[in-house]
Design a protein around this ligand. Structure first.
Ligand SMILES: Nc1ncnc2c1ncn2[C@@H]1O[C@H](COP(=O)(O)OP(=O)(O)OP(=O)(O)O)[C@@H](O)[C@H]1O
Length: 668
C-alpha cells in the first residue's frame, strides 16, 4: 500500500466524524474565547486615554477571535513521536484556539511546532509519524488525506493540494496557508534579521510568500514589529486591492499596504523615459548630496550678541571652524540646529569669561536669538527638498557644480535640465522619477524613520533611486524583495538582484529562487516562455505544476464578442487584456455584455468580465485570459516584449490570443 492514502470521502466514516467533532469543539472554544474577551472591561485603566487605548486593544482582540464560518479553523493535523513536552497530536490552523483548561485545540501555523506540517518528509520526518490534511466544502470538513512519514516510502501527489490549486479564482487573492510548499515555507520562516530576495517565474507564489512572511514575522516578533511597523509595497492600487484580503484573513490587520508612488508622494507629471531613467540612476544620489551642501555659504562675518550693555563677539574664523566641524558629520537639518547651539556656546564662554554664570536656558535663548538665527540663515540656509531640486533642474551652472567630480556627463546634464523651467519651486510639476529625488533630499535634510520590515513586490521595476528610497525605510530592519527579471517593464528595470540589494542598502541579503508555477498551465507557460530568450536571456524556462492540456488557443481574425460569450459559459473570472490605447474601443464593443474596466484605482471586482489595460495586468490573475493584439502591446512600450510576457502569464485555466496583425516573431 502506498504511504500516501486518500481516505474515502464518506461522512459516516468514523475518522471523519471524530475530526468533525474536534472542529465543533474548537469552534465552541473559539466562541468562549471571544465571549471572554468581550466581557473584559477597559474601566480598570487609570485615565481616559489609557481606557481608550485598552478598549481599542480589546476590540482588536475580539475582532481577531472572529470565527468565519467559511474559513477552515484548522487544515492539518500532525501525529508526532512525542518525547518532548508538546502534545503528541496537534491541529494546525490559522490561529491558536484553547479550551477552558488552556489545552491547545488548534495551534497557529506560524508556531515553531507547526513547521513540521510544511517541512516533514519521509526522508526527514522531523518527528512526525503521520500528517493529515483536511478538505473542506464551504465551512464543513468533508475529507481528509493521510501521509505516513515513518515508513520511508515516497509520497504521491496530494489531491487536496491539487484541488486547492485548481479551485477557480474569484475575487481577491486568498491565503495559501494550508498548502504552503517546503521551499516557500523556508522563505516565509526566514528570520527577521535577514533580508531575502526571491526571483521567481510568473505564478510561483512570490506575492503569496511575501504576504505570509509578513504574517509570520508579525506573529513571531509581535511586540517589536508593533512598534516599528511592517509595510507592503506593490506596483499599483489595483494590485493592492487584489492582495488586500490576504493579511486580514491571517489575522493581521495592522499592516500598511502602499505603492511606491503613494509612499513618495503622488508626482506623476509625464516625462521622457530616457530622462526618467537617468534620474533613476544611483549616480544622482551623489549629485543631490553635493547640490544640497553647496548651499552652505562661507562665513565672512562673525557674530555680535548684545545682552544689556554688553556685546559678545564670535569671530568670523571661529564661525568658519564651527561650520567646517559640522559639515559631513550631521544631516543638513540637524546641522543648522547644531550650528546655532555651537554659536550660543561660544557666546556663553564669553559671558563666563566676563564673570557671568549663565545656565542652559541662557544658551537656548541665545541659540534662538535674532542675530544667531540671522547668521545661521545666511550661512546654513533653511531648505526644502523642492527648493534644492528646483534649482538643480533649472540652473545649468548650479547643476554643473553639483555634478563636478561625479560621473554624470555634460550631455546627461543637458538632458536633466527642464526644457521650459518653471517660475518657482512652488509651481514646479514633479515627475515620478523626481519624487525619488525629492525623497533622497528629504533624507539628506532629516533622517527618514525606518520600519521593522518591508515587503517589496515587483521589485524588478524599481529604479536605483526608488530602491534607495525604500532602503531608507528598512535601514534598521529587513526586507523581503520579490520579483522576476523577465517581467521588468520600466526603462530602468534591473538585470541583477545583487544590484537591487546593494541599492536597497541590504547587501548581506540572500537571493533565492522559486521555480514551480502554481498559476499558469504548462501549455500556456511554454508558449509565453518563447519570449524569454529575448526578454531575459539568462533565465531558465519556468516550470508549471499544472499540465493544462488544451488551455491555449491562438486565433487570427476571430470575433472578440463570440470568444468572450463562450468563456462566460464557463466558471471563474475573465480578464480581457488589451493594449492600453484600445480600452475604450473594446469596452464599447462589449456593450451588450456586463463588464467593468480595470483602472489604477479599482479592481472592478464586482464583475466576472474585466477589460484590463496591458500595463495594469502585472501581479494579477484570472481564470480565463484573452490577450488582444500582441503586436500592439509590444509596440506600445520600450520593453513591450516583457509586457507581452507578463500578460501571457496571467491565466489560471485558459489563454486565448486574438490577433489580426502578425504575431511577434518570437512567438512564432
Ligand atoms: N503553495 C501554494 N498553494 C496554493 N496556491 C498557491 C501556492 N503558491 C502560490 N499559489 C497560488 O498561485 C497563484 C500565483 O501566486 P502569486 O501571485 O503569489 O505568484 P507570483 O510569483 O507573485 O506571480 P507573478 O510573478 O505573476 O506576480 C496565486 O493564485 C496563489 O494563491
Amino acid at each position: 500500500m502506498p504511504a500516501h492514502q486518500l481516505a474515502p470521502d464518506i461522512p459516516a466514516n468514523a475518522v471523519l466524524s471524530a475530526e468533525q467533532s474536534h472542529l465543533a469543539q474548537s469552534r465552541a472554544a473559539l466562541q468562549a474565547m471571544r465571549e471572554h474577551a468581550q466581557s473584559l472591561s477597559a474601566d480598570a485603566a487609570g485615565d481616559w486615554v489609557s481606557q481608550q487605548v485598552l478598549q481599542s486593544l480589546l476590540d482588536q482582540r475580539v475582532a481577531a477571535l472572529a470565527d468565519h464560518p467559511d474559513t477552515p479553523l484548522f487544515f492539518g493535523r500532525l501525529d508526532r513521536e512525542g518525547g518532548d513536552d508538546l502534545p503528541g497530536t496537534i491541529y494546525v490552523g490559522r490561529r491558536h484556539v484553547h479550551d477552558g483548561n488552556s489545552r491547545a485545540l488548534v495551534i497557529d501555523w506560524r508556531a515553531p511546532v507547526s513547521r513540521a506540517f510544511y517541512q516533514a518528509s519521509p526522508t526527514e520526518p522531523l518527528g512526525v509519524v503521520r500528517r493529515r490534511r483536511f478538505g473542506y466544502h464551504g465551512g464543513a470538513l468533508t475529507a481528509f488525506e493521510d501521509e505516513h512519514l515513518d515508513q520511508g516510502a515516497e509520497l504521491g501527489p496530494s489531491k487536496i493540494l491539487t484541488e486547492e490549486i485548481e479551485r477557480p479564482r474569484t475575487g481577491p487573492m486568498r491565503d495559501i496557508v494550508a498548502t504552503i510548499q517546503p521551499d516557500q515555507d523556508e522563505i516565509v520562516r526566514s528570520g527577521l534579521g535577514h533580508t531575502v530576495c526571491v526571483q521567481g517565474a510568473p505564478g510561483t507564489g512570490k506575492t503569496a510568500v511575501g504576504l505570509h512572511r509578513a504574517a509570520y514575522l508579525l506573529f513571531t516578533h509581535r511586540d517589536r514589529l508593533a512598534r516599528s511597523g511592517v509595510m507592503i509595497v506593490g506596483p499599483n492600487r489595483a494590485f493592492l486591492s487584489y492582495i488586500s484580503s490576504v493579511l486580514p484573513a491571517l489575522g493581521e490587520v495592522k499592516v500598511d499596504q502602499t505603492t511606491v508612488a503613494d509612499l513618495l508622494g503622488a508626482s506623476d507629471h509625464p516625462e521622457d523615459p530616457r530622462v526618467a531613467a537617468l534620474k533613476g540612476d544611483a549616480r544622482m544620489a551623489e549629485v543631490l548630496e553635493r547640490a544640497l551642501w553647496l548651499h552652505i555659504a562661507k562665513p565672512e562675518e562673525g557674530l555680535v550678541y548684545t545682552r544689556g550693555a554688553h556685546r559678545f563677539r564670535v569671530a568670523d574664523h571661529e564661525v568658519r571652524e564651527i561650520v567646517a566641524s559640522l559639515r559631513g558629520t550631521t544631516r543638513y537639518g540637524p546641522g543648522r540646529v547644531a550650528m546655532a547651539q555651537r554659536l550660543a556656546h561660544q557666546v556663553l564662554v564669553r559671558m563666563e569669561q566676563r564673570g557671568d554664570s549663565p545656565d542652559d536656558r541662557v544658551q537656548d535663548a541665545v541659540a534662538r536669538s535674532k542675530p544667531v538665527k540671522a547668521l545661521v540663515d545666511a550661512v546654513w540656509p533653511k531648505l526644502t527638498p523642492a527648493q534644492v531640486l528646483f534649482r538643480l533642474l533649472s540652473d545649468s551652472e548650479f547643476l554643473a557644480r553639483a555634478c563636478h567630480k561625479s560621473a554624470v556627463t555634460a550631455e546627461e546634464q543637458a538632458a536633466l535640465l527642464w526644457a521650459k523651467p518653471y517660475r518657482g519651486w512652488k509651481s514646479a510639476r514633479w515627475s515620478a522619477a523626481d519624487a525619488a529625488l525629492l525623497d533622497e533630499l528629504a533624507d539628506l535634510i532629516e533622517r527618514t524613520p525606518s520600519l521593522g520590515h518591508l515587503v517589496v513586490d515587483e521589485a524588478q521595476d524599481l529604479s536605483e533611486m526608488q530602491l534607495r528610497a525604500l532602503g531608507r525605510r528598512c535601514r534598521n530592519g529587513s526586507a523581503t524583495v520579490l520579483g522576476d527579471l523577465a517581467q521588468g517593464t520600466t526603462p530602468w528595470s534591473t538585470t541583477s538582484w545583487e544590484a537591487v540589494l546593494t541599492h536597497l542598502g541590504q547587501d548581506s541579503g540572500s537571493v533565492t529562487e522559486l521555480t514551480l508555477g502554481f498559476r499558469v498551465p504548462r501549455e500556456v507557460l511554454d508558449y509565453a516562455a518563447r519570449l524569454l530568450p529575448s526578454v531575459a536571456p539568462g533565465l531558465a524556462p519556468p516550470r508549471s505544476l499544472r499540465p493544462g492540456t488544451g488551455s491555449l488557443s491562438v486565433r487570427q481574425d476571430a470575433p472578440l464578442a463570440d470568444t468572450v460569450r463562450d468563456l462566460l459559459t464557463r466558471d471563474g473570472s475573465i480578464g480581457l487584456i488589451v493594449p492600453d490605447a484600445r480600452v475604450g474601443e473594446i469596452s464599447a464593443e462589449l456593450s451588450g455584455l456586463p463588464h467593468a474596466v480595470l483602472t489604477p484605482d479599482s479592481t472592478g471586482e464586482e464583475q466576472r468580465l474585466l477589460v484590463v489595460p496591458a500595463t495594469l495586468a502585472k501581479g494579477l490573475e484570472y481564470d480565463h485570459v484573452v490577450v488582444v493584439e500582441p503586436a500592439d502591446i509590444v509596440a506600445a512600450e520600450l520593453r513591450g516584449l516583457a509586457r507581452l510576457y507578463v500578460v501571457l502569464t496571467r491565466a489560471v485555466s485558459s489563454l486565448t490570443v486574438l490577433h489580426a496583425k502578425p504575431l511577434p516573431a518570437q512567438l512564432g
